[in-house]
Design a protein around this ligand. Sequence first.
Ligand code: SAH
Length: 467
Amino acid sequence: MRHFPIYLDLAGRQVVVSGAGECAVSKLRLLLKTRADIAVFGTEPVRQIREWAAAGRITLARRALADGDAKGAILLYAANEDDTEDARVAYIGREAGALVNIVDNLDDSHFITPAIVDRDPVTIAIGTEGAAPVLARRIKADIEERLPASLGLLARIGQAFRERAALLPMGRKRRDFWTRYYSGEGDAALKQGGEAGVRAKLEELLTDAIETRQRDGHVALIGAGPGDPDLLTVKARRLIHEADVVLHDRLVPQAIIELARREAVIVETGKTGYGPSWTQQDINALTVDHARKGAQVVRLKSGDPAIFGRLDEELDALDEAGISWEIVPGITAASAAAASSGLSLTKRGRNSSITFLTGRDIEGFAEHDWRDLANPGAGAAIYMGVRAATFLRGRLMMHGAAADTPVTVVENASRPEQKTIATTLLALPDALNAAEITGPAVLLYGMEARKAVQVAANPIHEKAGVL
Ligand code: SAH
């Protein structure tokens, strides 16, 4: 980050704009939202600037900016659309101790002006370090669309109510009160009863909050999906944002964890074969402990929590402690892997069922009904199967599976570092070695990818190849 965003108090401060053409107009439109004293210098002011001057909103000097004009100014905009003139006035500004912006000249400017979404007193500044103005405009358009026009008014009324709201103790109770106000109830009151309606609503919500007990603790067991934050459900996103405590597995990426509030307690409860790791009992105890204290807990698991996520053990612990819970499903690794490699998990005439199986269980490599899986056309999504690959191949072939049964391996499905390999049952262990699969990977057995990016050397079966 080269430019640090701050909000500058311009009330009563002097801002100088050199230039009185269209370029100056676009800066002035923004500056006029503030309570700054604005002085414009330019020999041939365009109509809009003359009108603003006539209305007393700016002072206009119909001449070029001269030494001494920037004295006491806090900001100076060089908007002359002329490099030499801009450089001259920028020098005057710098000498006078003002922060200088030369329009469209990032390198010689002290600061840049962001794209702004204005719901005063809520203002959102969007900056791309000058790298992508088009992107800034797109983000602005997105945000404009998302924030109701009434937001500014609601925030102003809310601001005036802050003292009353201080009757509520700091922390969750007060936060819940404001959350209700800003997540729909305030807006609805405004539509029905105007500003008076909003004030009445605030009083009503306050009474409610004073009279009701603290919310009980609650646990949401949430599927975080395969890694891409765009593959989270809307509900998951909302609950993560509202959580007091987030307990997440190692596979949940940072970009998703960052959706939590800054004040939320965040704990990684990683279970790895290497290094320090959490036992399931410790995780259960910690979840129960936070919920007992009244926290809204989010237990984030990769993929779908109901698939190889030890969900029942956690639910048993919560039931035993009498804590309320809900499950929010997520996109499981197999679905993401199928999507990214362009294959269907079921196919008419090939497999009318699909098995989700794990390569590992408590006792080591997991046993399954191999005979069914060995039938031609059978399909399976194999989780935690990389280290069990040789074992899986042995069991399946022993029960009659064809050596050239296709297997699609997807490592890091939906993440930027995703890798897809097309291979066969016989070549599977070698293919995994050759491709150096070390991240989480799912094996789609009996399924051929339309898109695969990398293939391990496979001298025996021609079939394995880049698709
Ligand atoms: N509940 C998770 C599975 C947890 S078990 C789900 O529904 O996806 C962990 C295993 O899931 C990993 O060993 C790997 O086999 C698979 N996995 C998780 N995330 C993955 C990803 N992004 N790409 C490929 N496989 C993944």
